[in-house]
Design a protein around this ligand. Structure first.
Ligand code: GCV
Length: 721
């Protein structure tokens, strides 16, 4: 095994032999190491990016200069921050810090909010105002002691600062003198889990629920607490624990009491718990004969229910609503609007400072496919844009990144630019429902960045999606990013070790969407696998290229993931998209392929964008190739900007994609001996399987499009030219 990635426990032990000082710590470290053996030695992936693997001795020595870990204040979150610091430094640098409270009496890392710091060192002021959850890492001399201060305006910010410091140290950075402020881009940085109360997870690929089993909250919530730690380590501050297709029973008083146990294990990590609710709850479980949001009895029901939740969970975050969508009941049953529905719940939450996330994923799945003007992509904007300004200020409209449903490529939803007087959040899908279900490698950060960076050109001025959702363009008080994670009981959380880069990447982007995909994956790889240069180079290259690889054999040119949309959302199944009401149409026929969404001849979807974006997409001549079939129905012989015909591009892309999927296997095999056996073999078998699946996809799609078009492949791979 390569020395750089050898078992950290072995490394720690070796270093212990090095110096007399460390000899004194043998017993403690050995004890800690033994306790952690099942996680670290086995490398199951359970510790994810918080492995805290030992670093080299000279770098580690730098941390001996801070023997103390002093906390100013005694809140639960501050105590957690102190414990995490001590644990991290012990594992990473092999030094045991002395925990203490009050003013430092030796060189120390000092943890505390700005208020507490001010009492200790009034002259120590951050170079800029720290917004909620932002933190400042600062080397300073305090009353004659060399200190490293981690401060913030909130306790949670201090915890985030500790994780940031540990991440730097774990990646081998030396931080002797530091003066760094980090601020979150947006206040909302949440994950959703689509867990059902019976323990199954909708679109979950990492095992059963960590929260529920057989209709109850699990007795043992150790994993839920560990998950909260992972979330906090990347700055995620909220988690909705149950499926948006919500079981009404979640709101039974007895169940809320059970749920409060989950909030208890989230609390030390500053993660707020929230619940998805069924809008018909007042009727289906609340004893009323209606759930009309404008009925005073319904209003009172929500008020009492929310009060009851806060009695159990005082720091409860809020409620998520999926209504009038995919068979869920909603306000339309009474001729009411999403604003009526959102506001009745928002008003119940308001006194407690809770928020409502009302999902914009509202559409008719019985659309008449014969009608070429029908278009599911228009639904979110059509339903919500007219209501702009009608939502209370603690309502956040949660909008999927694209107008359809987490396809391998979609344009940014036009609704991001269509709400000026309403707060919004972007919903990204970490679980790979349409992108390989964790059985195939697809690092989604580059895709998310394209959407977040997309400029909507509102009123002729720059308006990136990330600025819109953060509330920066229209000066909203709240907003941000929500990721559908769906972690499960599998040791490595998502079922696949490499897929964890998506969870990490979501958190990092939610904190700072300007980070590059390359930086994020570099951080993640170092933390998850170590700093062996060969390994860093190979894993980052594989991850960064993987979305394009997957796209090229599943859905090139913006046609959508050509998968079995009526079944598993995984296998190739281009025919399943057509001739049904779901509206994931690609409109492939004998002449051509693609949805005509133009204003001139198509569904008019393009009209929903601001004028400069309309101009980009309306003309096939300007429309980027990678979205051509999303916006236009073109002949198979249509020439792309690349100079190829559409049909030849489809053939080439599928063959190229399958070749590149096979190359992923050889790239990985070069890492034999550089990665622990367990993860090496797991990842190898997944990549080998993916290479086979890519061939299945290639052949299915190429044969299907050849049968439809009758046009052969110039290279003779599919049918005679
Ligand atoms: C939770 C897609 C998924 C559904 C999901 C839905 C949603 O349609 O296939 O499983 O339901 O999106 O986001 O509400």
């Amino acid at each position: 095994m390569n020395p750089i990635v050898m078992n950290p426990i072995v490394m720690t032990s070796a270093r212990l032999l090095d110096g007399a000082l460390r000899c004194a710590l043998i017993a403690t470290v050995f004890f800690c190491a033994s306790a952690l053996l099942p996680f670290l030695a086995a490398e199951t992936g359970a510790e994810a990016w918080l492995r805290y693997a030992a670093i080299d001795l000279p770098t580690a020595k730098a941390y001996e200069r801070f023997p103390g870990a002093v906390v100013l204040g005694d809140s639960l979150v501050l105590k957690t921050a102190q414990q995490e610091l001590v644990r991290g430094i012990d594992q990473i640098a092999g030094s045991t810090m002395r925990g203490g409270t009050g003013w430092p009496r030796e060189n120390a890392v000092v943890l505390g909010t700005l208020r507490e710091l001010h009492a200790l060192a009034p002259a120590l002021l951050p170079p800029q105002e720290l917004r909620a959850d932002g933190y400042w890492l600062k080397s300073a001399n305090i009353h004659g002691h060399e200190c490293l201060v981690i401060t913030a305006s909130t306790d949670r910010g201090v915890l985030y600062g500790v994780f940031a410091l540990l991440s730097k140290i774990a990646r081998g950075q030396r931080v002797p003198f530091i003066d760094e402020v980090q601020q979150p881009y947006a206040p909302i940085r949440w994950v959703n889990e689509w867990d059902n109360l019976d323990g199954r997870i909708e679109r979950g690929y990492g095992g059963p629920s960590i929260f529920f089993a057989q209709g109850e909250v699990r007795g043992d919530l150790t994993r839920a607490g560990q998950y909260a730690r992972l979330l906090a380590s990347v700055g995620i501050n909220g988690c909705t624990i149950n499926n948006v297709n919500a079981a009404p029973g979640i709101l039974e008083d007895s169940f809320v009491a059970q749920v409060s146990r989950i909030a208890d294990v989230f609390r030390p990590w500053g993660v707020q718990l929230s619940l998805s609710v069924d809008l018909s709850s007042p009727k289906v479980m609340g004893g009323l004969d209606t759930f009309d949001p404008l009925d005073p009895r319904v209003r009172e029901w929500w008020r009492k229910k929310v009060d009851e939740i806060y009695r159990n969970i005082p720091d409860f975050g809020g409620l998520v609503v999926k209504a009038d969508s995919e068979g869920r009941l909603g306000p339309s049953a009474y001729g009411r609007t999403p604003a009526d529905a959102a506001n009745v719940i928002a008003r119940a939450l308001k006194p407690h400072r809770g928020v409502v996330f009302y999902r914009a994923f509202v559409y008719n799945h019985h659309l008449d496919w014969h009608n070429l003007k029908n278009d599911r992509a228009k639904a979110a904007y059509d339903n919500f844009h007219p209501l702009d300004g009608a939502f209370d200020d603690n309502v956040i409209i949660q909008i999927k990144n694209g107008p359809i449903d987490f396809q391998v490529r979609e344009p940014a939803s036009p609704l991001f630019a269509g709400l000026r007087r309403t707060s919004e959040a972007i919903e990204l899908q970490i679980t790979q429902e349409y992108t390989g279900q964790q059985r195939q490698l697809c690092f989604l950060v580059p895709m998310w960045k394209e959407v977040l960076d997309f400029d909507m050109r509102v009123d002729g001025r720059p308006a990136s999606v990330k600025d819109l959702v953060a509330g920066r363009i229209f000066h909203r008080l709240t907003g941000g990013l929500v990721g559908v994670a769906n972690v499960g009981m599998d040791a490595n959380w998502l079922g696949s070790p490499l897929a964890m880069a998506n969870l990490y990447g979501f958190g990092r982007l939610a904190w700072d969407p300007s980070l590059s995909a390359a930086k994020i994956v570099d951080e993640w790889t170092r933390l998850s696998f170590g700093s062996d240069p060969l390994l860093i180079k190979a894993i980052t290259a594989m991850q960064l290229g993987s979305w394009h690889v997957y796209e090229s054999y599943t859905g090139p040119l913006g046609a959508g993931t050509l998968t079995n949309i009526l079944g598993n959302h995984y296998d190739p199944g281009p025919e399943s998209s057509e001739e049904n009401g779901w509206g994931q149409w690609h409109r492939a026929d004998r002449q051509g392929i693609g949805m005509d969404r133009t204003r001139a001849t198509g569904t008019g979807f393009i009209d929903q964008y601001p004028p400069e974006v309309q101009a980009l997409y309306e003309s096939p001549a300007r429309c980027p190739d990678n979205l051509l079939l999303f916006f236009h129905h073109v002949a198979y012989t249509h020439l792309l900007h690349s100079g190829k015909t559409v049909i030849q591009h489809v053939y080439d892309s599928h063959y190229d994609g399958a070749d590149r999927a096979r190359d992923l296997v050889s790239q990985w095999m070069k890492l034999a001996g550089h990665v622990d056996d367990e993860r090496y073999r797991d990842i190898l078998s997944r990549l080998q399987y993916q290479a086979g699946e890519a061939v299945v996809w290639r052949d299915t799609i190429c044969n299907w499009i050849y049968r439809l078009s009758g046009i052969g492949d110039r290279q003779g791979r599919v049918a005679p030219h």
